[in-house]
Write a protein that binds this ligand. Sequence first.
Ligand code: PMP
Length: 405
Amino acid sequence: MAFDPCALRPLFPILSQPAYDHPLTYLDNAATTQKPIAVLEAIQHYYSTANANVHRGSHYLSDRATNHFEQARTSLANFINAPEHSHIIWTKGTTEAINMVAYGLEHLLEKDDEILITSLEHHANLVPWQQLAFRTGARLRVIPLTSEGDWQLEYAHYFTDRTRIFAATQVSNAIGVHPPLQEMLALAKQYNAYTLVDGAQAIAHYPIDVEALDCDFYAFSGHKMYGPTGIGVLYGKSQALEVLIPYQTGGEMVHHVAYQATEFNVLPYRLEAGTPHIEGVIGLAAACEFLQSQDRAELLKWEQHLASYTYQRLFKVGGIDIYSPEKGTTLVSLTVPNIHTMDLNSYLDSKGVAVRAGSHCAHPLMAQLGIAGTLRASFACYNTLEDAERFCDALIEAIEILADD
Ligand code: PMP
């Protein structure tokens, strides 16, 4: 492999510290990624040179802050190939973006309308729709996995004349599966449903082109793509954003206010009430720049290589149930019969290996798989083959020790 992750590691200062006298092996990237110096510096630079509230002031610093803030919106639009900067709405993250859409579309839903999701969804792309269904009398329908255990979805019959909203993840955070998104989105369009893609797990790994996807909404979080926490994006087509009832009201999102009525602002401000997370926006634009400065195809190939290397090594060991696909994904999700994933997690942690054990905010998916949770190792561009090996070595050791208990 030509790609060398060691060249990237000095850009991520957190990775050079030990964890309990072991090298820190950070494989919890699906939960959150580490941040490159460029992101940290962009935030510090903003506070050192341009801090002021945006849009409101008419002074030097406010203009600077507003320029940086709006340039960041343009950067994000370019990053996902959105046609206009006004298609980018700043949110706290994926969760807030999806809630914004679920709240904003409520006025269009009637009793017995259908909201369709897949069985791969994170709670963030499930609970808001479930609650919307409860409030409106609509039905939440879930596309199941096939009974063959091959992680395919039996989707065709689930789209009906009553499907008003279709929401699906691009990549499962729990088991790394990619649903047939393009085909499902095309079907949803045939039935004139609004479509939302949860891009939380895709954004760091895959170049995203919202025009090619042709979805109405696309949601993602900055912290999963080397950016800060507390900032994310809701992309929407103009017509789709226009129909959303603002989920929050107050300052910034208004054009004119009288006691009798309020005239809302134009997009994107109409959906951004209050002072925004300015330094988060600046940091997120720096994260985009970091990713765009890399050969993204090479990064992806490397991350997939690490995942399939880990898969193959563990598969050879035997006695491990692996739930993620062997190829094409950037994480490995597994269980070991008769050993609790939390016990495996604790052992790995004691060796400096950070992974995640549990249901990964996907209780219904775990129930379908008949398990309580999995142990998940998820890779990012700065992970090395040694990271994958340390994970495998520590896991194999843990199994030997814990199996004897
Ligand atoms: N969807 C998916 C697929 C996720 O992995 C996550 C985060 N684990 C979310 C939604 C929620 O993201 P956030 O917590 O950043 O809002």
